[in-house]
Design a protein around this ligand. Structure first.
Ligand SMILES: [Mg+2]
Length: 219
């Protein structure tokens, strides 16, 4: 029986727009650092993976640590030194709705959740930028938005889903978590004893499939 639903954010509901490489390169250029989009886009995955591996709590254990985490990713993404103001500006750029795109089917999927009167939350390895960002994109309503920086743990640590369950007033086993990462979302859901639905990363959600899933789980 599913009594509540939680969604991952990045890759599941939203993706950077037009892309990480484009935004990094554009903002850096405004601070006098010209670096081709292709170079930035190629270097980002390794910079991100290195910071993720090096950090005690990936994505940051609190808001200050989240800023340090992303500053490290940004600096390592560029092959040349970046002014501190540019590093800050890139962090802040991703607080802007215009730098993100809502994936196909997401609004329809959220409408399915609302129609079935299910409490709903976002559970994301993110920070204080996320909640106003989702509101700015017109996504919701969400009972709560749980981030790793707020909880002090990152997915796949199940504490994020336990926190969501408390806010949603349900047991973790009554939650369906929808996410694009088997390693972060899938492992977290399994560790918390929740249901899990994997969605293809960056491709959106099939609202009809979600509807059938919820019908089966809650006749
Ligand atoms: Mg994701």
């Amino acid at each position: 029986m599913i009594h509540a639903i939680t969604f991952d954010a990045v890759g599941t509901l939203i993706v950077p727009h037009p892309g990480v490489g484009e935004v990094y390169a554009e903002v850096a250029a405004a601070y006098g650092v010209d670096c081709p989009v292709a170079v930035v886009a190629r270097r980002f995955p390794a910079a991100f993976a290195a910071a993720r591996a090096a950090w005690r709590t990936p994505y940051g254990a609190d808001e200050d640590d989240a800023r340090r985490f992303w500053a490290r990713v940004v600096k390592d993404t560029f092959p040349v030194p970046l002014p501190a103001r540019a590093v800050d500006a890139i962090y802040l750029a991703f607080a802007q709705p215009g730098r993100w795109r809502v994936l196909p089917g997401v609004r329809a999927a959220l409408a399915v959740v609302v129609a079935r009167d299910l409490p709903c939350a976002v559970v994301s390895n993110f920070d204080c930028r996320l909640e106003p960002l989702l509101a700015g994109l017109g996504l919701g309503p969400f009972t709560t938005v749980i981030t790793s920086a707020e909880v002090g743990r990152a997915k796949p640590d199940p504490e994020l889903l336990f926190t969501a369950a408390r806010h949603l007033c349900v047991q973790p086993r009554q939650i369906l978590h929808v996410g694009d990462s088997p390693a972060e979302d899938g492992v977290m859901a399994a560790a918390a004893g929740a249901h899990f639905q994997l969605v293809p990363s960056g491709e959106g959600i099939e609202a009809a499939k979600l509807f059938h899933l919820l019908c089966e789980a809650r006749p």
